[in-house]
Each structure stands twice: as C-alpha cells, then as structure tokens.
Write a protein that binds this ligand. Structure first.
Ligand SMILES: Cc1cc2nc3c(=O)[nH]c(=O)nc-3n(C[C@H](O)[C@H](O)[C@H](O)COP(=O)(O)O)c2cc1C
Length: 173
C-alpha cells in the first residue's frame, strides 16, 4: 500500500478483537519509533510496553474507558534530562521533548496501521496521575498512550471521520 493510501486507511480504533498483538509486530512498531527523527537526534523518548494484566489495569486506572477492550498499549513519555532544551532563537526554555514524543508516536501509529494493527492515540488523561500510578521519576513526562489491537470488521467498515478541505488549512504565501 502506498503511504498516502495508508494515511487514508488509518483511523482511530475503539473496539478490538480479542486476539492479542503478536510480539513480532510490537517489535516492528517499536522499531519505527526508534528510527524516528528527534530534535538534535537526542532521542528523548521513553516508551513503556503495557501487556500484562497488571500494567493494563494501571493504564485503565489512568485513562478509564478510553482503553476500551484493548490488551496492549504503549505509554509514550519523554525524558527532560535527554530532550533538546534551552534558548531557541529568542524563545527561552524551549523543550523539544513533547514534539519528539509525538513524532515517535506517529511513526509507531503508521507502522501499526501498515501491519493491520489498529491504534488509538489517547491524551485525555491526567499526566500527574499517570506519573503517580506508573511511579515515574520527575524527569519522565507522559505524553500519550498509544492503544493497540486488531480492529473489528465493524470498525473497518465505518466511513472515515470527515476532514477539512485543504484550502481551509493550507495557504500558499
Ligand atoms: C494528540 C491526540 C490526542 C487524542 N486524544 C484522544 C483521547 O484522549 N481519546 C480518544 O478517544 N481519542 C483521542 N484522539 C483521537 C482523535 O480523536 C482522532 O484521531 C480524530 O478524531 C480523528 O479520527 P481518526 O483518528 O479516526 O481519523 C487523539 C488524537 C490525537 C492526535
């Protein structure tokens, strides 16, 4: 499938089949994140693979029903001791960590899509609570959960959520 077709195919998945995502696929998804670009190649991402019942229970404690019936999720964070930080051309205290983590997540999301694995990007949670539940040190900042699982046929059959026309979001200057 071409990349543009992959982009059109991807959708948020909120109902999953019971079968788990194979470890080989999780490895490929993580590999796509590993080779992602990050500011100054600092690679500040810190990714927790949540597969055990205990880890997923903790995830549900943080995000509640948005974990849906998934059995696997990635908690994507960045390490502010590693991220590119500092004065950025007049912008004091810039920290590239969150953008880097989002790029890494996007790569993993698209690799998952290519493998037929459905994803849901979840940011609707309380980050301090996530830090508390997962006992993260202060320099590890949760950015999102990437929920993973095989989509049901009903999800795949649904039309894609509408998008704005290009003219509404793009201007040629
Ligand atoms: C940064 C970000 C945060 C999101 N947070 C949530 C969330 O907390 N809960 C949820 O159900 N979906 C969440 N989503 C999914 C979006 O709602 C979804 O991508 C959007 O509505 C477009 O639908 P689609 O992914 O099916 O194309 C998030 C997506 C992004 C990129």
């Amino acid at each position: 499938m071409s990349f543009i077709d992959l982009c059109h195919t991807r959708r948020s998945v909120r109902t999953f089949e019971d079968r788990p995502v194979e470890q080989e696929k999780i490895d490929l998804i993580l590999e796509a994140g590993r080779v992602s670009p990050t500011a100054a190649n600092k690679q500040p991402q810190v990714i927790y693979v949540l597969r055990s019942v205990e880890a997923m229970d903790k995830a549900r404690e943080v995000v509640g029903r948005m974990m849906h019936n998934a059995t696997t999720a990635l908690l994507v964070c960045y390490d502010s001791n590693e991220s590119w930080k500092g004065e950025n051309f007049g912008e004091p205290d810039y920290d590239g960590g969150e953008v880097d983590a989002a790029i890494v997540t996007t790569s993993m999301m698209m690799e998952a899509t290519d493998l037929g694995v459905g994803t849901l990007w979840v940011r609707g949670f309380n980050a301090p609570k996530a830090s508390e539940v997962f006992e993260l040190p202060d320099h590890i900042h949760p950015v999102c959960f990437l929920v993973l699982g095989y989509p049901t046929q009903a999800v795949l059959a649904k039309p894609h959520t509408p998008r704005k026309e290009l003219e509404e979001t793009v201007s040629v200057l």
